[in-house]
Every structure is written in C-alpha cells, then in structure tokens.
Design a protein around this ligand. Structure first.
Ligand code: HEC
Length: 109
C-alpha cells in the first residue's frame, strides 16, 4: 500500500528510479489490463472501427498492442490526473492510471 502512495507522485524519470519502481511493481500487461482499459475507456472514439470518433484523429487508435506501445508516452500524458485531457468526460480511476504507468513503464516491450 505504501508503494501505491509513492507511485501516485508519478512514474520515475531516471533509470535508477525506474529500476526501484519496477522491482516493486505487480505484473501488468496488455493481456491482463492494457487492452481492457483502453477498450473500455478509449476505443469508443479511437478504435479504427469506431462508429463515431467524435473528431478523434485516425492516427490515434488502440486496436493492437503495437499501436498502444507506439503511443505510450501520449497515453500517459493525456491520462495524467494533473492536466488530464482523456478520456474527455470522466477521468480514469487513480488506481487505473497507476496501473497504466506500471504497464507502460515496466512491462511494455
Ligand atoms: C469521447 C471520445 C473520446 C474518448 C472516450 C477518448 N478520446 Fe482521445 N481523443 C478524442 C478526440 C476528439 C481527440 C482529438 C482532440 C484532442 O486532441 O483533444 C482525441 C485525441 C487523443 C490523443 C491525441 C492528442 C495528444 O495530446 O496526443 C490521444 C493520445 C488520445 N486521445 C488518447 C486517449 C486515451 C488514452 C483515451 C482513454 C483513456 C481516450 N483518448 C479516450 C476523443 C476521445
């Protein structure tokens, strides 16, 4: 639990901090988390097959792991609770933002 409080300050930036952060982190992957969260909260507008994109750029889609990884820095930037712009209406739960950080910082290849 202490770990989660620390993690709320944001993912570490230098590589030594990343090692510590990731050593303590649970296994979070596309299969056990990433695909589901992006499908539930993002793909209604961003999927290549979305019926109505509400203006979301066609270049931003999360249909595949490769597409998500190519955009990982943008995903973390736009969902950051401080300065969030996505999803536009309702923010992700804080715990889910932390899981996104763990997945994209520690487990995403
Ligand atoms: C209700 C529709 C909708 C949902 C849901 C949505 N987006 Fe978007 N998204 C947009 C629109 C419209 C734009 C283009 C306008 C803009 O950039 O604000 C956009 C732009 C973006 C961009 C490009 C802008 C940038 O700053 O890089 C990213 C990345 C993005 N969205 C990620 C996400 C993620 C991640 C989620 C889910 C956590 C999400 N979006 C959910 C509609 C949506």
């Amino acid at each position: 639990m202490i770990w989660f409080l620390v993690a709320c300050d944001g993912a570490p930036s230098d590589s030594a901090e990343v090692d510590v952060f990731c050593d303590e982190a649970p296994v979070v992957t596309w299969d056990n988390f990433g695909q589901a969260i992006l499908t539930e909260h993002c793909q209604s507008c961003h999927a290549s097959t979305a019926l109505d994109r509400f203006g979301a750029p066609e270049s931003i889609a999360f249909d595949t792991l490769a597409q998500a990884l190519a955009l990982k820095d943008r995903i973390l930037a736009v969902t950051d609770p401080e300065g969030r712009s996505m999803p536009p209406a309702v923010a992700l739960e804080e715990i889910d933002y932390i899981r996104l950080q763990i997945w994209l910082t520690c487990w995403a290849e």
